[in-house]
Design a binder for this molecule. Structure first.
Ligand SMILES: Cc1cc2nc3c(=O)[nH]c(=O)nc-3n(C[C@H](O)[C@H](O)[C@H](O)COP(=O)(O)OP(=O)(O)OC[C@H]3O[C@@H](n4cnc5c(N)ncnc54)[C@H](O)[C@@H]3O)c2cc1C
Length: 395
């Protein structure tokens, strides 16, 4: 049975076709391009963003009236997994942009839709969420970026950090503290077109082996944001952003699972074809058991991710389960890929090997959408209601 069977049986025929299209797109030249970029220490060429957009995938969950497909959450996960099997960073970034398009289509005002949607669907105008700051990301309420009301809009001051595709995005979804007297310190959010303005400065944040995230810090020095760009009113932005965090966590977890599944498959194939002491490496029980151990934890992580994803698809908001799924999937993927690198021998240590790219990129999943400590904190707070004693649980 296919590893992704559980997910795929819940998809419509149209959604299964999206997954098949994603699989076809990612196999071959795209996959080679992802590895070649890693090997040369560069980011994945931007032409692949345009090519992905041309397949209609950025509009996967946008409204049909806007040219989208209105696909389900499980379909979005499966499409992302198909890409994550070839490269985690590419999948993370392109699905981040798909989320931006979905947001504009589903919740944008008529003006925002008119100005942003078509170029966003074509991959020409990329948006990323800008919440984290150089001073910290976990405690969003401590952010220092400010938005001061001015005539016809807002004046933005401050800096955001660790922005996905921050080197190339044309716009940001910025959360900032409003400084007017009626809502002092309340957090609002805005679409912020960057427009190559002089009031915007970008600097790359270099991460070893994972430049395809194109991480950047972006600072604003009195940057003007038109009034029609407001997304969430002062006081409502943090809650609105956090409402989708559980879905985002499970999404990241599902991509980690797919990358580990690809790494294990690669290690199994390699060890089946390489000989030592007169037989294939997989003919040696000690090594076979090590691969088997990776498969055990992969399957356990996949079952947990599926359980969480199914609940999100059904419309519940599984706070603890989403945190558990992300923590376990990330930890399992980092551990499992590292095992695969070691198991295949010295070749796995080569900088040009795909397993090394997988490890460098999946490591970054440990920070985005909640660090392990923040996830454990979430889980810990729900323990007594999530795990009642047999005598106190509700019938
Ligand atoms: C690949 C990647 C993509 C990203 N994309 C984006 C993006 O597009 N937009 C964006 O806004 N941000 C993005 N981020 C930033 C990410 O959200 C932050 O890294 C994350 O929120 C943690 O913030 P921090 O790194 O500043 O760590 P800090 O908040 O400074 O925390 C430092 C350490 O302290 C721990 N800690 C903090 N508080 C507690 C506590 N109460 N109890 C115990 N331990 C605690 C943390 O777990 C961490 O280990 C991205 C990060 C990465 C790596």
């Amino acid at each position: 049975m296919d590893f992704y069977h559980q997910f795929d049986t819940l998809l419509s025929a149209e959604e299964r076709a999206h997954v098949a299209r994603a699989r076809q797109f990612c196999t071959g030249a795209f996959s080679e391009g992802v590895l070649a970029a890693h090997t040369s220490g560069k980011a994945l060429p931007e032409k692949w963003i345009a090519a992905w957009a041309a397949t209609g995938m950025l509009g996967l969950q946008a409204k049909r009236a806007h040219g989208g497909h209105e696909a389900s959450y499980l379909c979005k996960i499966r499409v992302a997994q198909e890409m994550a099997r070839h490269g985690f960073a590419a999948a993370f970034c392109l699905n981040h942009h798909q989320g931006g398009v979905t947001r504009i289509s589903q919740t944008g005002t008529p003006t925002q839709i008119e100005r942003f949607l078509a170029p966003a669907l074509r991959g020409e105008l990329l948006f990323t969420i800008a919440m984290s700051e150089p001073g910290g990301g976990s405690d969003a309420s401590a952010m220092t970026t400010t938005a001061k009301p001015v005539e016809d809009g807002w004046n933005l001051k401050g800096a955001k950090a660790w922005l996905t595709d921050g080197l190339i995005v044309g716009g940001l979804i910025v959360l900032a503290k409003v400084t007017d007297s009626s809502n002092p310190g309340e957090i609002a959010s805005f679409y912020v077109p960057l427009d190559h303005a002089e009031s915007v400065r970008r600097n790359e944040i270099l991460v070893p082996g994972a430049r395809s995230f194109r991480l950047a810090e972006i600072a604003f020095d009195d940057h003007f944001v038109p009034g029609w760009c407001l997304i969430a009113l002062p006081g409502a932005a943090l809650k609105a952003s956090m409402s989708s965090v559980n879905a985002a966590r499970v999404h990241v977890a599902a991509m980690c699972i797919a990358t580990l599944q690809a790494a294990l498959s690669e290690a199994v194939a390699y060890c089946g074809n390489r000989n030592a002491f007169g037989k294939a490496l997989t003919g040696h029980q000690g090594l076979r058991w090590e691969l088997a151990e990776v498969s055990v934890r992969l399957e356990a992580a996949n079952a947990l991710v599926f359980r969480a994803a199914e609940q999100i698809q059904q419309g519940t908001n599984p706070v603890s389960l989403a945190a558990q799924a992300k923590k376990f999937a990330v930890d399992t993927a980092i551990w499992g890929i590292d095992q695969c690198i070691r198991i295949v021998g010295a070749t796995g240590a080569s900088a040009t090997h795909r397993l090394n790219m997988h490890l460098a990129e999946v490591r970054m999943a440990a920070y985005a959408d909640g660090t392990n400590e923040m996830l454990l904190d979430r889980i810990g707070r729900g323990l007594s209601s999530d795990y009642p004693t047999p005598t106190t649980e509700r019938a």
